[in-house]
Design a protein around this ligand. Structure first.
Ligand SMILES: Nc1ncnc2c1ncn2[C@@H]1O[C@H](COP(=O)(O)OP(=O)(O)OP(=O)(O)O)[C@@H](O)[C@H]1O
Ligand SMILES: O=P(O)(O)OC[C@H]1O[C@](O)(CO)[C@@H](O)[C@@H]1O
Length: 329
C-alpha cells in the first residue's frame, strides 16, 4: 500500500482538521503518500484534490471547519457517480479512501465499495453523534459545549425577566446534543425525537410542568431545550402553541449553525487524533468497507453498515434523571 486519499463529507464538525492532521502524520511515519479530495464526494467525482504533506497540516489542530471543505452531493447516490469516483481513484493509484463524515457519508463509502477495487474506511465525524459503533463522534463534545455556553447566556436574561425560553439545538434526527446540553444547563425540560411522539401531548406536559414550577417557586424563568425537526416550524411553532394555550409569552431561540463551528475541545481533538492514526493502521492491515470507532476507551472496527443499521440509543438514565427525577410535581 502506497497512497491514501481523504475526504470530509456531510456537516463539518470541530475536530475534522485534527483528524486530517493525524492521518497525514501517521502516513508520513509509514512512508505513505496522502491526497485530500475537496468538497466531499463532489471533489471525488470532479477529481478535485491536493497533495497533503506534514507542512500542510501544521497549525490546524485548533481550527474548526475542515481544510478540505465539505459538501453534500446528491449525485453520489447513482451508479454512474460511484463508477466515476472509482475510476478517478484508480487513475491516481489510490489504495485507500478514508471518509470522515456522518452515517450518510458512510452510506456513500459503502456505495463506492461496489465499484472500487481499493479499500474504503469511515471515520465518524458529525456533531449529531448519531453513529452506532462508536461512543462519540468527532465534533460532538464541542457542539455540546457550544450549545451549553449559549443556553447559560439565555438563562441569565430569562432569569432577569422571569421569562419562558424554548431553545432549539441541532441533531437532525437524534437527541444527543439536546439531552446533554439540557442536563448540563439544568434546563427545566427537554424534548428529543427518541421520546417525543405526540407534540400536543408534549405541549400539555410542558404547561403542566410550568404551572407546577410557578406554584412552587412563584413566577420564574423556565427553560425548555428541544431538538430540531420535531414539528413543522420547530421551536417557533412550539412557542406559539404554548403562548396560545397559556396566554404567557414564550420566546423561541434557534442556536443553529453556531453549534458546528469553533475550536474543538480537547476531547474532540484527542478522539480525532486517535481515530485518524488508527484508520491508517487498519488500512495497512488490509481492512475494507469498515468504520473505526472508540468504545469504552478501546479502539474498535465494525462493518460500516452498522453505522446506519443500528439505531444508537440515548443514555436512558440521563433521560430518566432529566424527565422524571428532577421534575417538579
Ligand atoms: N445512500 C447513499 N448512497 C450514496 N451516497 C450517499 C448516500 N447517502 C449519503 N450519501 C452521500 O453522503 C453525503 C453526506 O450525507 P448526509 O448529508 O446524510 O450527511 P452525513 O454524512 O450524515 O453528515 P451529518 O450527520 O453531519 O449531516 C451525501 O450528500 C451524499 O453525497
Ligand atoms: O448545514 P445543513 O446542510 O443545512 O445541515 C444541517 C444539519 O447538519 C447537522 O448540523 C449535522 O448533521 C445537523 O445537526 C443539521 O440538521
Amino acid at each position: 500500500m502506497k497512497k491514501i486519499a481523504i475526504l470530509t463529507s456531510g456537516g463539518d464538525a470541530p475536530g475534522m482538521n485534527a483528524c486530517i492532521r493525524s492521518i497525514v502524520l501517521t502516513a508520513e511515519h509509514y512512508e505513505l503518500e496522502v491526497i485530500g479530495y475537496k468538497h466531499g464526494y463532489n471533489g471525488l467525482i470532479d477529481q478535485e484534490y491536493k497533495l497533503l504533506a506534514p507542512a500542510n497540516v501544521t497549525n490546524i489542530i485548533q481550527r474548526g471547519g475542515t481544510i478540505l471543505k465539505s459538501g453534500r452531493c446528491d449525485d453520489f447516490h447513482t451508479e454512474e457517480a460511484g463508477r466515476a469516483a472509482a475510476n478517478n481513484l484508480q487513475d491516481l493509484n489510490v489504495d485507500v479512501l478514508l471518509v470522515i463524515g456522518g452515517n450518510g457519508s458512510f452510506r456513500g463509502a459503502h456505495h463506492l465499495c461496489k465499484y472500487y477495487k481499493g479499500q474504503v474506511i469511515g471515520l465518524p465525524g458529525t456533531i449529531d453523534n448519531d453513529i452506532s459503533g462508536t461512543d462519540a463522534t468527532i465534533g460532538y463534545y464541542t457542539a455540546i459545549e457550544t450549545a451549553l455556553d449559549s443556553i447559560d447566556k439565555v438563562r441569565d436574561t430569562a432569569d432577569a425577566f422571569e421569562r419562558i425560553f424554548l431553545i432549539e439545538v441541532m441533531g437532525r434526527h437524534a437527541g444527543f446534543i439536546a439531552l446533554n446540553a439540557a442536563v448540563a444547563s439544568a434546563a427545566d425540560r427537554v424534548l428529543v425525537p427518541e421520546d417525543c411522539h405526540d407534540i400536543d401531548l408534549e405541549v400539555d406536559k410542558i404547561i403542566e410542568h410550568l404551572h407546577a414550577v410557578y406554584s412552587q417557586r412563584g413566577i420564574s424563568s423556565f427553560i425548555v431545550v428541544t431538538s430540531e425537526n420535531l414539528l413543522p416550524g420547530g421551536v417557533i411553532t412550539l412557542a406559539k402553541m404554548i403562548t396560545d394555550k397559556t396566554k404567557i409569552e414564550c420566546r423561541p431561540v434557534i442556536l443553529g449553525h453556531v453549534q458546528r463551528g469553533g475550536s474543538p475541545v480537547s476531547q474532540d481533538r484527542i478522539l480525532a487524533t486517535k481515530l485518524g492514526a488508527y484508520a491508517v493502521e487498519q488500512a495497512l492491515a488490509g481492512q475494507n468497507n469498515i468504520m473505526v470507532g472508540e468504545h469504552n476507551s478501546q479502539l474498535v472496527t465494525h462493518p460500516i453498515e452498522i453505522s446506519w443499521q443500528q439505531k444508537k440509543p440515548l443514555d436512558e438514565y440521563l433521560l430518566k434523571i432529566q424527565q422524571q427525577l428532577f421534575h417538579t410535581k
